[in-house]
Design a protein around this ligand. Sequence first.
Ligand code: AMP
Ligand code: ZN
Length: 135
Amino acid sequence: MIDNNCIFCKIANGEIPAYTVYEDDTFRAILDAAPANEGHTLIIPKEHYENLFAIPDAVAENVMKIAKNIATLQKERLHCDGVNILQNNGAAAGQTVMHYHLHVIPRREGDGHLVPWTPLQRTNEEQETTLEKLK
Ligand code: AMP
Ligand code: ZN
């Protein structure tokens, strides 16, 4: 399904032009309009899914294969030093466009971007309690 009010539906389906790095029947990968670094790419499914909780397993599997190829291109062609794969789900996690998309971000030594969390200190007991909740 496509949502007529969704900008990423329009971009992914070619109704709004974008800088397309890769396209197949299911996905379009585009340059982010406000990139963290040169080559920052968003992989967007053509169907409208709000986030990770809504995508079919096939989309989840295939998006990572595409991410691997794009990250490889970034390394070979842009000579980046590293790559972050990032994907936000929900406003609390920083999602601003409510159509699933995966960020593939080339990183350079000293580029100053921070991975956005402050580590908690956890006791063994706390880790065990968490494990019980998740298992
Ligand atoms: P997120 O915070 O994970 O929802 O990321 C949304 C991303 O989409 C941001 O990095 C924006 O710069 C990017 N973005 C928003 N609108 C556009 C657009 N029209 N074309 C390309 N990138 C966009
Ligand atoms: Zn959409």
